[in-house]
Design a protein around this ligand. Sequence first.
Ligand SMILES: [Ca+2]
Length: 171
Amino acid sequence: MNLTTFRFLLSSRLFRRRLGRLKRQRLMRLLSARQRTPQVESLERRMLLAAGPRIVGVTPLPGDGESISAAIDRLTVTFSGSMAAGTVNNLSNWKLTEAGGDASFGTSDDQQVTLALASQYSSGTAVTLVFSGQTWPLQEGRYQFTGLAGLTDTDGNPLDGNGDGGGGGDF
Ligand SMILES: [Ca+2]
């Protein structure tokens, strides 16, 4: 290979490389522009879904995994907004499970506590559930309280029970 050829090869490789970088930069610009558009769209969608109501408190239940020694004979559930009365008064949307002897949920010795409404919900942001058909206050044990996604607000948005910003999660 003589010097001229070598130079030519070298410069053409540099050129290709520069061209490659320019192409990459253009591609990145295109990609980021394209990424920016759906990001805005998904944000709008999340804002719409975030309209799903949340359960903001269950009194006197302690936090996840915590225990309480007080005698409990009722649970008052507080929502983030007004709920569709029919879904709140539908007792199949509420579940209180006791873990049974094995202290684990989802096993055959789990016990369902039968819930009833202290009074029918018509408006407002709170409903009180009482226990019916068994001895109360609740006996010592591990309990799991569930508000199902069948609960909706007055606009029909399903419960955002898991607080992920989208509707349709159990609490
Ligand atoms: Ca169990």
